[in-house]
Write a protein that binds this ligand. Structure first.
Ligand SMILES: *Cc1c(COP(=O)(O)O)cnc(C)c1O
Length: 480
């Protein structure tokens, strides 16, 4: 399978060629030349596969340059029950992403697909764990090493560190704002003692950390000399890892492949729901893809009006579903490319306009008018109050405590229930990670998984520095 850029670059690259990089050379995002199709026969055969078997058949369609006998064990190691643990029961989870049916709402079943059973208790583990093993594999094959430089406000950084810890050929340098993360998030990252994980706390806020990463990445000579890479949400391997659980959720919620389901997806950078779009393009019978945002409603605004308007840092709200606090949706260009009939010139023009003016407007185009019918996309937004309401409703009606991001998904899902179409809300984090909001909504604590009870007491390993590019470069040079 060959990959192309949403802005036209097409150099015949295959999966392993684009794995370690970020953007395509022309500033676009990579996508396959065409989406692989899943036949009715295949879909029937896939229904009863285990999670790693399903992941193997789905990923095989995209990673045609990895031998099946190499990909299969890699995938099995990634999606092993030992890695995905039911935090409440303390048991390994055989099916990795279990579906919990909450109940019947307006003549249809409402379920949660639980994606947060990995080491950092959030759905980013689903993709990041695969990325860790793929990086190790490709680096070894090519005799290369990679130094990942990132900035985090909490979740992405810890998912990356837990995925890369102990991996050969990879080092992680993760910048975080000192004193700005929760005690739990801080402990989760800084308590890692692995040699190849280097935590750097800077005096400043997340944006300062992000600016340092950008400054180092823009120093092309330094970047090349030190083999510096990233693991951000536009990474193509992360997207396809996420395609797998849409299939899994579909099979778990239906009895036959004649049925359709809808998915509600708590969204920020459009990575998770982009995977749903791809699953639908491959032929999975998805009726609606419901994009749920919080107060940072860049995506809801687009799907409602046809205007894509990115926000400044100043206009980005800090909310109680913080992992969805985004100013622009970095994977969105992938969908726009498809929507524009895969016309790279049109896509490039739209995103050049965003760079210049901060927005584009396609409200008067036939493409925009066709979105719901052709692609199944609809959207909604939730506020702090509505999030709390959803947490209370699910707790009172079904005795489940959901986290604030999942609550945004549930709140918006309620607006799109249709008779006879099962509604699956993607559960993106565990409530224990966001206990302050659970306390506010319910007046009780979310149970913390046993393995994390004493996490704040563990020894921490971190380098403290001022917010300074040269200090970071110095650490990089000394440690690689
Ligand atoms: C990252 C994240 C999201 C948003 O996912 P995107 O792929 O950025 O749309 C939602 N919920 C949680 C808990 C997350 O960590």
């Amino acid at each position: 399978m060959k990959y192309i850029s949403t802005r036209g670059h097409a150099a015949g690259e295959q999966f392993c060629d684009i794995l370690l990089g970020g953007l395509a050379p022309d500033g676009g995002l990579y996508l396959p030349e065409s989406y692989p199709q899943v036949s009715a026969t295949e879909l029937a055969a896939w229904r009863n596969l285990s999670y790693p078997e399903l992941a193997f058949v789905v990923l095989s369609k995209f990673c045609t340059d990895i031998l099946p006998e190499e990909l299969a064990p890699l995938v099995s190691r990634t999606y092993a029950p030992q890695v995905f643990i039911n935090a409440r029961a303390g048991q390994w989870i055989e099916d990795i992403t279990p579906l919990t049916t909450l109940g019947v709402e307006r003549n249809t079943t409402l379920s949660l697909l639980s994606l947060s059973n990995g080491p950092t208790l959030a759905f980013k583990d689903m993709a990041m764990q695969l990325l860790g093993n793929l990086f190790e594999f490709v680096l070894k094959q090519r005799g290369q090493t990679l130094n990942i430089l990132g900035a985090t406000s909490g979740d992405t950084g810890s998912a990356a560190e837990y995925a890369m810890r102990g991996k050969k050929g990879v080092k992680v340098f993760m910048l975080s704002p000192k004193g700005k993360m929760s005690a739990f998030q801080t402990a989760q990252m800084y308590s890692l003692q692995d040699e190849n994980i280097i935590n750097i706390a800077i005096d400043g806020v997340f944006d300062d950390a992000q600016d340092i990463v950008k400054a180092v990445s823009n120093d092309h000579a330094f970047k090349a000399a030190h083999n510096i890479g990233t693991v951000n949400s536009i990474n193509w391997a992360r997207v396809i890892a996420q395609v797998v659980y849409y299939f899994k959720g579909y099979f778990a919620a239906t009895k036959s492949n004649d049925e359709q389901v809808s998915f509600a997806v708590p969204s920020g950078n459009f990575g998770n729901v982009c995977a749903g779009h791809i699953a639908r393009q491959m032929g999975l019978p998805i009726r609606k893809l419901i994009v749920a945002t919080n107060e940072n409603n860049v995506l809801d605004e687009f799907f409602k009006t046809g205007i894509y308007r990115v926000r400044t840092a100043k206009d980005t709200h800090h909310t109680s579903s913080p992992s969805m606090d985004i100013s622009k949706a970095s994977n969105f260009e992938r969908f726009i490319f498809d929507l524009m009939g895969r016309d790279a010139a049109k896509t490039r023009a739209l995103f050049k306009q965003v760079e210049k003016t901060g927005q584009f407007d396609i409200s008067n185009t036939p493409e925009f008018a066709s979105i719901e019918e052709k692609y199944g996309f609809v959207s909604g937004r939730s506020t702090h109050k509505q999030r709390l309401l959803a947490i209370r409703e699910v707790f009172h009606d079904y005795k489940e405590i959901i986290d604030p991001h999942t609550a945004d998904g549930v709140y918006v899902a309620f607006q799109y229930l249709e008779k006879g179409v099962p509604m699956i809300v993607l559960e993106t984090a565990q409530a224990a990670k966001f206990n302050e909001t659970i306390m506010e909504a319910l007046g009780v604590n979310a149970a913390r998984p046993d393995a994390y009870i004493d996490i704040e007491k563990r020894e921490q390993r971190v380098i403290h520095i001022a917010s300074d590019v040269n200090a970071v470069k110095d650490i990089l040079s000394k440690n690689i």
